[in-house]
Design a protein around this ligand. Structure first.
Ligand code: PRX
Length: 648
């Protein structure tokens, strides 16, 4: 265990915020950050109450926090509507005619939605939902491309109190079906297709497959994006544009309890079943509003671009709810970063004069590989702040980002958080906290992280351990949908009363956090969490597979690559053709992101005497390393020798 989270990286470079940046920033110095942090820890009710009071409440809260571990209620008794906070609240002043969303499709088509226009579209679509008998508390699946309609559908659900569950467009029919079953959703919003690298992803076809044989879904609302030929099931399937003909744009926001469920977002855990992470209304809004304001130091005149897809939590919190609650202008781009050429991002930054760019280390590594010449073609001087999220950023990638994209003048906020945390928890504040390449630096206001050993004792500086959070925060998950026991067990039982992040980390002599990565059986592939057992289940569902074990290996581009060790059933020919078939099988069952980079056939998998697969050994074999360490519990030693010889 200790081996897994030891950290050998010692980075000495320090970058102080420039005087110019600090002068105009909200938080201008380390001293000011420390003062506010101290207050947020000593008097959380005062701190969060002040943040919350900048937003619109229909009924005041009676208590900021009620904490009966592991169940938190924030802004107890308060009533509000998050879509009102993201839209209506900006309509009484000059923001009314300000761009809320600047969108660009992969083929190059463009759309601008001002706050007033976005408000109108959200109201109309909320009326479409109502017309189709979707009510407060009902679950609605959203399976759309990265287009404004995704944000519109989310906000429309929130407006009437329906609970959205967005599924990333890269997921397959099986994944959609699992999520429908778990959530009991009654409606699904999708599109005919999505553009990706010049090709069309058949979203509606995937939905048809997912719904085959019947599910709880009664209505499918289809947005026309690509104009592809699709099947429309009579009664069940309806067109978005046709429905709009029956509704007007008048739809008052429903005041909802602060703890009313806002959304479910499914994420990988260490067991095969994806978890429906449940976020609620008031605390989540305050969390994303406040982090957007301080971490990105967002200004009315800024153009902010978060390159994530709305299907991930980053898109929920920092394309939709955080920026819009702040009245910001966001850029949304539908497609791939290397379409039609590897300079698409830089072209977008130049075209829109983007000021703040928030992207992922995996993308940065790809840009480095594609070459600096693509960056050099464009004027990136509008940028003033950069951010990263999703996985640890290697110091050299950080330096490249700083120099080549930020022109040496932009602070970088390396933001650590999770689907479960809802908002950023460990991060630099750009005008206040000096950065070190590769470190997410210090905790955000109200966040009290620690690094502990197996027994829960805090470890000293530069010693690796498990990252925990010692008190509740407003945007935290409230439960795993339909499974309070799993919620308690997964996050709160190992160190009672503390939130277990599942990440390993160390803290240096300045108190800076260095996240090492996941410590459980979860991979981080291109910034996306994948449960190894989910991929294993997909492999074993193939008729010719007997057993499978999936591990990660370091991958220059994706952070981690997926390696599958597979034993086939007796009599099956373990051919190269079967390897390809298995890779495609995983892609079909989960989605292309989970496709193994390598499939290795083995006669047997290394197991302990109690039958547990020894993943540590497989990891070493997968990364080409010599197997070291204790193998005394191994049941059959010859397995190891044969595995190491197995061809790639
Ligand atoms: O391992 C951490 C890594 O991503 C995990 C969370 O994944 P997910 O729920 O998919 O959310 C990703 C976007 C918020 C974490 O447990 N991670 C995320 N951000 C960082 C990170 N690792 C290191 N540094 C980060 N800045």
């Amino acid at each position: 265990m200790q081996n897994d989270i030891e950290s050998h990286l010692i980075e000495k470079r320090v970058f102080k915020p420039s005087k110019g940046f600090s002068k105009t920033a909200r938080i201008k110095s380390l001293a000011q950050y420390r003062r506010m942090y101290r207050e947020s820890i000593r008097q959380p009710a005062k701190f969060w109450g002040r943040e919350a009071s900048e937003l619109v409440w229909r009924a005041p809260w009676k208590k900021v926090l009620e904490w009966k571990a592991p169940f938190a209620k924030w802004f107890v008794g308060g009533k509000l509507n998050i879509s009102e906070n993201c839209l209506d609240r900006h309509l009484n002043g000059p923001r009314r005619n300000k761009a809320a969303i600047l969108w660009e499709g992969e083929p190059g088509d463009k759309r601008t939605l001002t706050y007033q226009q976005l408000h109108r579209e959200v109201c109309r679509f909320a009326n479409v939902l109502k017309r189709n008998k979707i009510k407060t508390g009902d679950r609605v699946i959203i399976y759309l491309p990265n287009i404004p309609e995704a944000a519109i559908a989310m906000l429309a659900c929130a407006r009437i109190g329906a609970v959205h569950s967005v599924i990333f467009g890269g997921f397959s029919a099986d994944s959609i079906r699992d999520r429908i079953i778990d959530s009991g959703a009654i409606a699904l919003v999708t599109a005919d297709g999505a553009y990706r690298r010049g090709a069309i992803v058949p979203l509606k076809k995937n939905v048809d497959e997912a719904l085959r044989g019947g599910t709880s879904i009664k209505r499918v609302i289809v947005f026309r994006r690509t104009g592809s030929e699709i099947h429309m099931e009579e009664v069940r399937d309806i067109w978005w544009h046709q429905e709009l003909e029956y509704v007007d744009a008048n739809c008052p926001p429903v005041p909802l309890d602060s703890e009313h469920p806002l959304y479910l977002l499914y994420t990988s855990g260490s067991t095969g079943k994806p978890k429906g992470i449940l976020h609620t209304t008031g605390g989540y809004l305050v969390g994303v509003y406040s982090t957007m304001k301080y971490v990105f130091d967002i200004r009315d005149e800024d153009i902010f671009w978060c390159t994530a897809d709305v299907g991930w939590v980053t898109g929920h919190s920092y394309i939709v709810y955080g920026p819009l609650a702040n009245g910001a202008t966001v850029v949304m781009y539908e497609g791939a970063p290397n379409w039609p050429e590897p300079d698409r991002f830089w072209k977008i930054i130049e075209d829109y004069r983007i000021n703040i760019l928030y992207t992922a280390p995996t993308a940065i590594r790809a840009f480095i590989r594609w070459g600096d010449q693509w960056v050099a073609k464009h004027d990136l001087s509008s940028l003033r702040l950069l951010g990263t999220v999703g996985e640890p950023i290697n110091p050299e990638a950080w330096m490249w980002y700083h120099k080549n994209i930020g022109g040496g003048r932009c602070p970088i906020v390396d933001t650590w958080w999770q689907t479960e945390t809802g908002s950023i928890l460990i991060t630099p504040l750009p005008g206040a906290i000096p950065t070190k390449p590769g470190s997410a630096t210090l905790p955000f206001f109200g966040v009290e992280p620690a690094i502990v050993d197996e027994k829960g004792n805090e470890v000293g500086p530069n010693v690796g351990g498990k990252l925990i959070i010692q008190r509740p925060w407003p945007a935290m998950l409230r439960s795993i949908y339909g499974d309070k026991t799993r919620y308690r067990q997964q996050y709160w039982s190992e160190f009672k009363g503390n939130y277990l992040t599942g990440d390993g980390a160390r803290r240096d002599e300045d108190g800076y956090f260095w996240i090492v990565g996941r410590i459980d059986d979860v991979l981080n592939v291109a910034g996306h969490r994948l449960g190894t057992s989910e991929i294993e289940s997909a492999l074993v569902s193939h008729a010719r597979v007997a057993e499978a074990a999936v591990v990660g290996r370091p991958d220059e581009l994706k952070g981690q690559g997926v390696v599958a060790f597979v034993t086939v059933k007796t009599g099956v020919d373990a051919s190269r053709g079967l390897k390809e078939e298995l890779r495609d099988h995983v892609a079909a069952h989960i989605g292309a992101i989970a496709k193994p980079d390598e499939v290795r056939f083995a006669e047997a998998l290394p197991k302990t005497r109690s039958g547990k697969i020894m993943r540590r050994l497989l990891k070493e074999i997968a990364s080409g390393a010599k197997v070291t360490g204790d193998t005394t519990t191994l049941e059959d030693f010859s397995v190891l020798a044969r595995l190491s010889e197995s061809e790639e």
